[in-house]
Design a protein around this ligand. Sequence first.
Ligand code: CA
Length: 221
Amino acid sequence: MLLVEDESEIADFVLLGLREEGYAAEHAADGVAGWARLAAEPWDVVLLDWWLPGLDGLTLLRRFRAANATTPVIFLTARDAVSDRVRGLDAGAQDYLCKPFAFEELMARVRSLTRRLDRPVAALSYGDVTLDYESQRATRAGKRLDLTAKEFALLALFLRHPDAALSRARIYEQVWDEEYDGLSNTLAVHVGELRRKLEAHGPRLLHTVRGVGYALRDRDA
Ligand code: CA
């Protein structure tokens, strides 16, 4: 986490609190240093003061958003007018906290943003195949695939690792959560069924990789 804040009292208080909560927190004390840190390294969350010497927080945020669309930014500022909040959010901040704020409130906002990041991806796709976790639906070429729970889990695994040859043992352990004994034909049966359902709406995607296992790819290689 990066804190860009020029007021040392606030910076000390926030950094101490974050570190006590177990977050790795770094600090930049002005806008120019803040931009250098933002541009140089990936951050999970950025806490950004509005009024900063060198480069103000709003300019910094716009510049950051031009290069990075997704890292969550929380604006920390004494400004509390609605129009200022709107400007901050419009510039790409995910959240906004007015000084003085309680540390507990900052932590609640940080937790909320990092939870959103930790959420598993909602949807996966490869070529004309899509899979949606929330609705538990998979489609190919826009047609719904009628999959069993195991076939759905298998397809999700392949979609998470497109083009990769996955070993039978790895697939079995991930989808069945059991060690693969190398004898059972359960896996081959399920892959065969999934393959048949996928091929009802297009060419082969689920290829057998000799001596290894299977791969989801749009070519047979
Ligand atoms: Ca300031």
